[in-house]
Design a protein around this ligand. Structure first.
Ligand code: UDP
Length: 412
């Protein structure tokens, strides 16, 4: 395995942002965890939400005074090919798990364990299926508490893949899923825990931007900052429903002819499905120049996403199926009202009618957006409530606190 070095983070800076209760609780658990050592293990240090999250989690935990290391697996194409099928099939895709695939999976788990000289951790958190079998090769039972953290939606998994993985995860001292809906009811895993993903308020994606600064950034993309702006940030994927977003916008446009719609999505060059869906979205947008479809190829990176989330009047995340939907917390954190689809973790982040709206249809989505555009006071109240909801529940400091609480429970 490979040791990952991270940039420094200062907990002091986070203390100025988080709520007092979380700070006090953190202090308590940090003191209890002094001299304990933890390790995070996942498949890669670049690309994907898990890596992005660990780049914040690990240095922040270290600066809090915890001993935390981060290891990633060494792999090759044959291993990634197999683990990609694990990912897809655990989310419900059909397909057979061959003996050859099992062999490759176990070979790399065993090889990765071999080059570890010393493994003297009190807690090891294994992320996702790729390193799940390490427990068989590095098991130091009695000393190390093993925790498996699942980031994917395993509510309706392909049984063959799930059964294979299950023989490993049942050995873990604790398992963490994002939501209860993601675990089959009949499973009898040790210490089942539910912890949501969280956002880093000091990353370039979420760092506070002045409205004028944000407006300056977004005006480079041809958006008129003097007219209402509705934005959805998400991959071009049927489950994110960009076509439904355009349909809702068309209803809103009848009431608010000046409204503009921005659809932002990053494109992976190896994702043909994403391209197909981008073209479908462009066709649905047609000749309407108040619809801006922007991708990473137009220069949208973290700070630009931040600017659009900050300077828009409304953020949409009209997903039909969703794991968690980080874009929802990102929008709420910037004080922008969010309208989200009634799916997965979205309904958990938005308290309907308080911090935003949760909708089931295109018409409902349009109706709520019109309500917000007509009543800036409602939008303002929601923005306050939304920000507080994220501060309390969906910042990485709360994420770390939840881990510490679990460590503590495992010691009892
Ligand atoms: N994102 C981005 N640029 C884009 C589209 C998405 O930076 O063009 C980010 C977005 O801000 C969020 C993440 O990618 O942090 C997507 O996470 P989410 O949980 O919303 O959806 P997923 O893509 O994981 O299904």
């Amino acid at each position: 395995m490979e040791y990952v070095n991270t940039r420094n983070k200062s907990y002091q800076e986070y203390k100025e942002i988080i709520d007092k209760e979380t700070e006090i609780e953190l202090e308590h658990y940090i003191n209890k965890m002094k001299n304990k050592k933890a390790a995070m293990v996942n498949a890669t240090s670049f690309g994907g939400g898990v890596a992005e999250m660990l780049h914040s989690y690990v240095p922040l935990a270290k600066d809090m005074g915890l001993e935390m290391d981060w290891w990633t697996m060494k792999g090759s194409d044959e291993f990634y090919h197999v683990t990609k099928s694990f990912h897809n099939c655990l989310q419900g895709q059909e397909g057979r798990l061959t003996e050859e695939a099992k062999k490759i999976y176990l070979k790399y788990n065993s090889l990765n364990a071999e080059n570890i000289q010393e493994w003297n951790y009190d807690y090891v958190i294994i992320h996702d299926p790729q390193p799940a079998a390490l427990i068989d090769y590095l098991d130091t039972r009695g000393k190390t508490k093993w925790i498996w953290r699942c980031h994917i939606d395993t509510s309706l998994p392909n049984e063959e893949y799930w059964d294979f993985l299950y023989q490993y995860i049942k050995k873990y001292d604790a398992c963490i899923f994002t939501m209860r809906d993601f675990v089959k009811e009949d499973e009898n895993l040790n210490k089942l825990n539910f912890i949501t993903p969280s956002i880093d308020p000091l990353s370039s994606k979420n760092i506070p931007l002045k409205r004028e600064e944000a407006q300056m950034i977004i005006s480079r993309f041809g958006v008129d900052i003097n007219r209402p702006i509705i934005t959805q940030v998400s991959r071009f994927d049927p489950w994110k429903d960009p076509l439904g977003v355009i349909d809702a916008y068309r209803i809103i446009k009848k009431e608010f002819p000046s409204v503009q719609l921005v659809l932002i999505g990053s494109m992976a060059s190896d994702d043909p499905e994403g391209w197909d869906y981008l073209y479908r979205t462009l066709r649905r947008a047609g000749e309407d120049y108040d619809i801006k479809v922007i991708t990473n190829f137009n220069g949208v990176s973290h700070i630009e996403v931040n600017a659009f989330q900050t300077a828009s009047d409304i953020i949409l995340q009209k997903s039909i199926k969703e794991g968690f939907g980080l874009t929802v917390s990102e929008g709420l954190w910037k004080g922008t009202p969010v309208i989200g689809g009634n799916a997965g973790g979205i309904k958990y982040q938005i308290e309907d009618g308080i911090s935003g709206y949760v909708v089931n249809t295109v018409e409902e989505c349009a109706e709520r957006a019109i309500r917000l555009l007509r009543n800036p006071m409602i939008a303002e109240e929601m923005s306050e409530a939304g920000r507080e909801r994220v501060r309390k529940n969906f910042l990485i400091t709360t994420g770390i606190l939840n881990f510490l609480k679990l460590f503590d429970e495992l010691d009892d």
